[in-house]
Structures are given as C-alpha cells and as structure tokens.
Design a protein around this ligand. Structure first.
Ligand code: FES
Length: 577
C-alpha cells in the first residue's frame, strides 16, 4: 500500500518510513476503542473544548461536542475532542482577562503538537472566544468556530432581566434602598435559568457575533439559544463542514483578512457590541499579522447606527434577537447599504453576501431599520488627547447623550481599593458634574485589566436620582455594563502614561464627537507630575503572572504578550521513538 501523506495527521498515523512511531501514535489511541479504519488517512478533526464546571457558561459543551462529532463522522472524518484552559468570567480571579493569553498559548501548542488536520473551536464565555481564535490563528490550519449560545431570557417577578446588566441595575437599586438583600439574592437563579452564556449583548454574545461577522462560523452562530435544538444542528453542520474545509485546505488566514475585520467592526456598531471587542479583535489580528488599529474602528465604525435593541444599550435579550433574525438580518441591512466588503469569504466557502443577502427580519422592534435606528451613531468612539495619547474608547450607545460634551473636575482614585474605600465617604468632594478617574487598572497595573471601569456612583449622587456620570480609567468594562464610561486609556498609569498625572480638582474636557479627551494642565506640569509619580504595582510572586506583566502590550495593541504576536504555522518536529 502506498504511503498516504495527504493530510498532516498522516505523518503520525500513516508513516511507513517511521513504523515504530506510527505504531505508538496509533496503538495507544486504539485503547479508546477506535477501529483500524479510522486511521486510514481520513481528516482528523480536533474539537477544542473549553468545557468546565467552573466556567458555567460553557458547562454544556460536552453535549455540543457530541453534535460536532456526529457531523465529522458523517463527512468521513475522525473527531477527537481535547480540553484547553477555560477562562471563566464569573469565577476567575484576579480577572479572566489575565488568563486569555495563557489559554491562547495552550490552544496554539495543543493544535500544533497533535495530529489534527482541522479544528473546531467551542467557545462561549467572554475570554474563551478570543483565546481560542488567537491560538488557532497562530497555527493557521482549517478552523471553524462554534459558540455555545446564550442563556434563555431571564425572568424575575414579572420583569425580564438580563445577565450582568440586571446585576448593575439591581445593585444600584439596593444601594439606593429600593430593594432588599433578599430581593437581590432571589434574582440570581431567575437571571441564569438555563445553560448558556450571558444573554445580553455583553462580551460573550458580541464575540459570538464577531466570529460570525469575521466569517469564522456558520450563519446564526451567535444568537441561537444554548438549549435550542438548532444550536445542536449548527454544531453538527459545523462538524460536517470542517471535514470539507480540510479537503479544500481552507485555512484560517484565507477566511479572516483585513476585509473581514472591517466587516466585524461595522457589525459590532450595528449590534451595539461590547467595548471588549476592540481589544480582542486587535489581538486576533495581531496573531494573523493583519494591521488593525484604533483608527480602523474610527473609520469603519463611523456612521454605523446601532440597530439591535438589546441590553445593555436597549431593551431586549439574545433569545429575542435570534427569533427576530439574528446577526444575518443585521448583516443584510449593512449589505443593502453597501457598507460591507461583500466578497469576504466565510467558512462555508461562500461570501458574506451569499450567506446573508436573503436573511429575514421578523421583528423590527428588536432589529431596527436604518431609517429609525436605536442609536444614530453606534459603534465605538475613539478618544485621544493628553490623557490618552495612544487612545481611549467609549461606547456611545451605552452612554448618556447629555454627557457627550462635558467639562468637569476630576475626582481621582489611585487604585480600585482606594475607590471602594472612599466612594461612599460623605466627605468625598464630588457632585454630578465631577468626572471619576481611576488609575492603575490597565494590563500591567491590575494585572489583567479588570472590568472595573464602570465605577458605581457615590451613594450621595445615586440618592439624588442621578444614574450616570463620566468615568475615565485604564480599565475595561463588562460588555453588559452601561454608562458614559471612557476606558482603555493608553498608555496606562502603571507605565506612567499621562492618566497617572491627573490630580483631584483638575479640569477635564470630554468631547465625544470630536474625539477629544483633554486635561486642562500644561505639558510641563504633566511631565513634572509624571517624573515623581509612583505607580501602584501588583504584588507578583512569579509564575505566569510575572511573564504576563513583563510582556503584556498596551490595550490599543490588544493586550497580547509581545512574543505571541504572529503566525508560527503548523510544522512540528518529529519526536522519534
Ligand atoms: Fe460567561 Fe458572561 S460570565 S458569558
């Protein structure tokens, strides 16, 4: 029999020149009961699983993997499921973001080091999506994404409540004395009443939508609820498709190009997506060696209205979004206005236009028309100025229109601990026109860039019925949060970025329309203050966290580790036995 070397896995399973190695690679696999014919040179498909009971949003992923396997077998492939680091947004401390890059390293090495010809990425909770995309991008074999899908809508005491967004609202009500502690606890299971990830347009659903907009998943990937039978049908179809992708050698970098990122930025604007998409897409682009900067968000995101009426920007939840037509119905509207790169390829071998041009919208209150959008200027606004020379971001659809142009005195917190200690101090000099400034919460400062940028307002302001103030920080914000919150100021305070120079009482000018973020202090004084500034640095004892703070890049570059940028390919050295 001629030696089969059609796919990369053949080097493990079909090499006649290394018989002993082949015996070992195949033989040990046989202990799982795989029959001989599965090693006949057919495509081997890895199913990269972020299942974990500690990542509740991905707790159903073993079931999703079973559906993927059915599709792989049906198409004549050989599926093999493998676990990778699962970064849980709701459990991991100090922040899941600290481990996104670690998880991506796990994914990259697991794909490269193992006999697989194509890979299916099972992603759901916030950081699990970018970490898998980043790791897979650096290897660049045929890759398809399958998201786990959102939870069903939360229902509590006659009200619909959304993941995350409901927590911030209930917390504000508890602080303002409107509800009791018991009411607060009772809302927990009413909010999270089924399997799946957060069902607001938070980071998980945003990244699921980005996967779809980038062309990395089949249509409707983002919105089908986790418990809906159609989620499992999509997983099955994705398993079938990845086998064909291997045969077509449709590798990730052929699908995801600069054009796909431009499409994703526009879709993010139209769905009112999370600010975290900015940082994650930058990191994925970096792995694919595609130049994507904050300026691309400004140019591509400009004039894209938010059409999707979902919390935290609007009213509805992901379940409603799916029934209304999901991401395809949004993409169709953008295509009809010639706003997308319509020829961008997707994983099913069709263009984004071919996939979505006939998509239907079934509820125009959930997915609004261009003529009557939810927010006229959606997307992400980039702000620059002497506080953030490398940029900062704001999500207008979650902000208060009356604060888009504002001048106010800074109330400064050097750390998140100081913020918690002082925010409710009756003597804190703060009013509703003040601007809250939080430092040392950036990639190196926290470390991991915590989601604390949407600082809660002082009780004395909440009691006046005020629900929003301008907040500025080098932190991130949960995708489910809202408010006039300026985030990701780069460079961060911990590396003596100029945010570090802001002091109590300084006047700050914000003009979102023109992208201006200005501290009314002279350059000389800023330089002087920075010279003597002592950043509050985290207490790192070594290990991965040491490597992270030594190598993490700033937010505008995606906060990846500097040595992980780029593709390293799928070649791997044979370890002869
Ligand atoms: Fe996992 Fe929100 S906590 S998606």
């Amino acid at each position: 029999m001629a030696e089969k070397k059609k796919y990369r896995s053949s080097d493990w399973y079909n090499s006649k020149s290394h018989r002993r190695d082949t015996f070992i690679h195949r033989g040990w696999m046989r202990n799982q009961g795989h029959p001989n014919h599965l090693f006949d040179g057919r495509p081997v498909i890895g199913i990269c699983n972020t299942w974990s009971e500690l990542t509740p949003c991905n707790g159903h992923f073993r079931e999703i993997a079973e559906s993927v396997k059915k599709g792989v077998y049906e198409a004549g492939g050989f599926p093999l499921e493998f676990p990778v680091f699962s970064a849980s947004e709701s459990n991991l401390r100090p922040t899941a973001m600290l481990f996104r890059n670690l998880a991506s390293m796990d994914v990259e090495e697991a794909i490269r080091g193992n006999p697989m010809d194509g890979v299916v990425l099972l992603m759901g909770c916030d950081k699990t999506t970018p970490s898998l995309l980043m790791g897979a991008a650096s290897v660049d074999i045929p890759t398809i994404g399958v998201s786990g899908g959102p939870m069903l809508n939360g229902h509590h005491r006659g009200e619909t409540i959304g993941s995350g967004t409901g927590v911030w609202q209930l917390d504000a009500d508890l602080n303002a004395g409107k509800i009791t502690e018991d009411d607060f606890v009772a809302a927990e299971i009413s909010m999270s009443r089924s399997k799946g990830n957060c069902m607001t347009m938070g980071t998980a659903s945003t990244m699921g939508s980005m996967v779809e907009a980038l062309g990395m998943a089949l249509p409707h990937n983002a919105a089908i609820p986790a418990v809906d039978a159609r989620r499992y049908a999509l997983a099955h179809m994705s398993g079938k498709r990845i086998v064909e992708m291997v045969k077509e050698n449709l590798i990730m970098s052929k699908v995801v190009t600069k054009a796909s990122f431009e499409n994703a930025i526009k879709v993010n604007g139209a769905i009112g997506g999370s600010t975290n998409a900015v940082i994650h897409l930058a990191a994925v682009a970096g792995r694919l060696e595609i130049d994507l900067s904050l300026d691309d968000w400004e140019t591509c995101g400009k004039d894209i209205p938010t059409l999707v009426n979902l919390q935290p920007s609007g009213k509805y939840l992901m379940e409603d979004f799916y029934y209304a037509g999901g991401v395809p119905a949004v993409i169709r509207q953008l295509l009809e206005r010639n706003l997308l790169n319509k020829d961008a390829l997707t994983v099913n071998g069709k263009t984004i236009e071919e996939n979505n041009l006939n998509a239907e919208c079934w509820n125009k209150d959930v997915i609004k028309d261009f003529s009557s959008p939810l927010v006229k200027e959606g997307g992400i606004k980039i702000l620059k100025g002497n506080i953030a020379p490398d940029g900062a971001i704001l999500k207008p659809s979650a902000a208060s229109p009356e604060l888009m142009q504002h001048k106010g005195k800074a109330v400064v917190f050097e750390s998140v601990e100081e913020f918690h200690e002082k925010i409710d101090d009756p003597n804190l000099e703060v009013d509703e026109n003040s601007i809250l400034v939080l430092k040392n919460c950036g990639p190196k400062g926290y470390p991991g860039m915590a989601e604390v940028g949407n600082m809660r307002l002082p009780q004395k302001i909440l009691k006046k019925g005020i629900r929003d103030m301008i907040r500025i920080s080098d932190a991130r914000m949960s995708g489910t949060a809202y408010g006039t919150v300026i985030l990701h100021t780069s460079p961060e305070a911990a590396v003596k970025g100029p945010l570090a120079a802001v002091q109590n009482g300084d006047l700050i000018e914000v003009d979102v329309n023109s992208g201006r973020l200005h501290l009314n202090v002279s350059d000389e004084i800023i330089a002087e203050r920075l010279k003597s500034y002592k950043p509050i640095l985290p207490d790192i004892k070594g290990g991965y966290q040491k490597m992270y703070v030594d190598h993490v890049m700033q937010a505008d570059k995606g906060a990846d580790l500097d040595f992980l940028v780029g593709k390293r390919g799928s070649e791997v050295k044979r370890h002869s036995h």
